[in-house]
Each structure stands twice: as structure tokens, then as C-alpha cells.
Design a protein around this ligand. Structure first.
Ligand code: IDP
Ligand code: MG
Length: 150
């Protein structure tokens, strides 16, 4: 079962979109594994976004993600990486598919509300970066067999 790190970034929290984003992931059928509301330290932000270091938007990105609390979560399910990226929409809100979170609620790439892991490998690494093993909850739902084929 794939796992993905989802962040509701500071703009999503400030705009009161936490419930909306969680609701969309729940309705999609994904299963929540972990959640924590937190202020992001500079060091965590820099590690998480290390791949973007040196890019023109990097400093602004670090300021953005550390500017106010975020809700960090882990979600799982078959094809969770692709499913959550699709639910969030393309990085640039004006290129995001209609019906996606970024299409429906955002305008600018630098205020695009959420993060979601972009590959299985990055998902595993990001989950390990943001959460301790004991914070990850293994559980089943009665309805799982009506959502997960296997
Ligand atoms: P992703 O969040 O869809 O995976 P990435 O390309 O990994 O997108 O970029 C990470 C984050 O950096 C984006 O979500 C966005 O917040 C920010 N970002 C990316 N490109 C730009 C830009 O051109 N200007 C400002 N911020 C950007
Ligand atoms: Mg990314």
C-alpha cells in the first residue's frame, strides 16, 4: 500500500481549508495514517525542500512554509501518490485541473495550499522525515473492502 506525505501549508490553514482538504481525501477513499499540527522549523523546511535549493523561488518557499503552522499528514491507499497529486492538482493553480484543490481554491504557485509526495520513494523518505515510526497508526476500516480491491 502506498503512503504519501500531505501538508496543508500555512495558506491552507490560515484560509480555513483544513477540513475541505481532509474531506476530499476521505471521500476519495484514502485512509489517514498520521497527522500533526505544527510550526515548521527552518531545518526541516530546508531538508524537505533541498531539491529546490538554488532556484529563484527557494528563499521565498522556505519563508512561506515556515511562516505559520501547517497540518502534516500521512495518507495511504492503492496508488496513493498519484491519487493525491491528482486531488491537489498541478503545481501552478492556473494549470490545475478543474475540480482539484489548487484549481478550486488557489491562484498563485507560491500560495498553492498543499504539498503531496511525487513518487513512492520520495513518499517513503518524506514520511520518515516528518514522522516518527510510533506516530504512524496502522488500522483497518470496515469499508476498506468496498474501496480497496485487494
Ligand atoms: P509540488 O508542490 O507540486 O510538488 P514543486 O515543483 O515540487 O511542486 O515545488 C515545490 C513548491 O515550491 C510548490 O508547491 C510551490 O509552493 C513552490 N514553487 C514552485 N515553483 C515556484 C515558483 O515558480 N514560484 C514560487 N513558488 C514556487
Ligand atoms: Mg514537489
Amino acid at each position: 500500500m502506498e503512503r504519501t506525505l500531505v501538508l496543508i501549508k500555512p495558506d491552507g490553514v490560515q484560509r480555513g481549508l483544513v477540513g475541505e482538504v481532509i474531506s476530499r481525501l476521505e471521500r476519495r477513499g484514502l485512509r489517514i495514517v498520521a497527522a500533526k499540527f505544527m510550526k515548521v522549523e527552518n531545518k526541516l523546511a530546508e531538508t524537505h525542500y533541498a531539491i529546490h535549493k538554488g532556484k529563484p523561488f527557494y528563499d521565498g518557499l522556505i519563508r512561506y512554509i515556515t511562516s505559520a503552522p501547517v497540518l502534516a499528514m500521512v495518507w495511504e491507499g492503492p496508488n496513493a501518490i498519484a491519487a493525491v497529486r491528482q486531488t491537489m492538482g498541478s503545481t501552478k493553480p492556473t494549470e490545475a485541473a478543474p475540480g482539484s484543490v489548487r484549481h478550486d481554491y488557489a491562484l498563485e504557485v507560491g500560495r498553492n495550499l498543499t504539498h503531496a509526495s511525487d513518487s513512492v520513494e520520495n513518499g517513503e523518505n518524506e514520511v520518515a522525515l516528518w514522522f516518527k515510526k510510533l506516530e504512524l497508526v496502522e488500522w483497518q476500516r470496515e469499508i476498506d473492502r468496498w474501496i480497496f480491491e485487494k
